[in-house]
Design a protein around this ligand. Structure first.
Ligand SMILES: Nc1ncnc2c1ncn2[C@@H]1O[C@H](COP(=O)(O)OP(=O)(O)O)[C@@H](O)[C@H]1O
Ligand SMILES: [Mg+2]
Length: 276
């Protein structure tokens, strides 16, 4: 059922998700999906609430092991890597959940330095310098010594993004980065993601259902579907908007806000025995 518009065949694949199944105990959440992410692209994962977007992301960053199949990050199987190999993969990716989880008892710059302290042997001076550069990249020069509580919602997201970038990742994974932001701040964050993508060539894998963000950011999307536990659509968002014949996909791309997502066909009760 997947709709595809592949303009990217000649590009290098940086992530391969192959025959991948995710389960919690006996409950399968994602059933046998396969897709690739290309180096340098902004790839968006869509789908109704509870369809498995966060589950997929957590497998892609190695928090969970696939029930079946493989996830390769730059050719390395993150589900089975261990020891030094696993650490090397983890150093090549940055992660942020809802871009909000700063440590409240530490300053902004201390938050950004945390991954450097954990994964590198850099001197304090160097870590300080690197963290300042990252904060500069996200427009937070001058806020280094503030506490998270002193920052606006948009600034917290930027600081979390700076922290996720502290190890110069090849790939950044963001789960609902604009959650809780007003539309203007959300659009500014989109702009920042586009800037970082362009200037640094980072590959972004982003879960969001903000339609505006999708059009602002996405090179390609996949849409997960709760009832089939598979990928219901994939391609460029404009292509899906104009060409999809699948009702739930049409409905999503016609909508002006994301509030109703989850009440339509994509999250219908699954008579085939989807357990929750
Ligand atoms: N740790 C967990 N243990 C058991 N079930 C889970 C766990 N995390 C998520 N689920 C279930 O997996 C399904 C997908 O969840 P999730 O990946 O969070 O969806 P989404 O991010 O798309 O809203 C849901 O039915 C959810 O209840
Ligand atoms: Mg989620």
């Amino acid at each position: 059922m997947a709709e595809t518009q592949e303009k990217t065949k000649n590009l290098e694949k940086i992530i391969n998700v192959v025959d991948f199944t995710a389960a919690y105990g006996e409950t399968v959440v994602i059933d046998n999906i396969t897709f690739d992410v290309y180096r340098g692209e902004k790839f968006i994962i869509l789908g109704g609430s509870g369809c498995g977007k966060t589950t997929l992301l957590k497998h892609m960053i190695g928090l969970f092991r696939p029930a079946k199949g493989r996830i390769l990050i730059q050719g390395q199987d993150i589900g089975s890597a261990y020891g030094v190999q696993r650490i090397e993969i983890l150093k090549s990716i940055g992660v942020a959940y809802q871009l909000g989880a700063l440590f409240g008892s530490m300053t902004v710059i201390e938050n950004v330095m945390l991954p450097l302290e954990e994964y590198t042997d850099l001197s304090n001076e160097t870590m300080d310098l690197v963290a300042r550069m990252k904060l500069n990249l996200v427009g937070l020069t001058g806020s280094e010594n503030k506490m998270p509580a002193e920052l606006s919602g948009g600034m917290i997201k930027r600081a979390a993004l700076a922290r996720a970038m502290s190890l110069d990742p090849d790939i950044l994974f963001l789960d609902e980065p604009s959650a809780g932001l007003d539309p203007i701040t959300s659009a500014e964050l989109d702009q920042l993601i586009n800037q970082l993508s362009k200037s640094l060539g980072i590959t972004f894998v982003i879960v969001t259902h903000e339609l505006n963000s999708i059009y602002n950011i996405a090179d390609r999307v996949i849409m997960l579907d709760k009832s089939t536990k598979g990928i219901i659509a994939q391609g460029r968002p404009e292509y899906l908007r104009d060409n999809s014949t699948i009702p739930v996909v049409q409905k999503f791309f016609m909508r002006k806000t994301d509030e109703e997502l989850g009440t339509g066909g994509s999250t219908k009760h699954d008579p085939a025995g989807g357990r929750e």
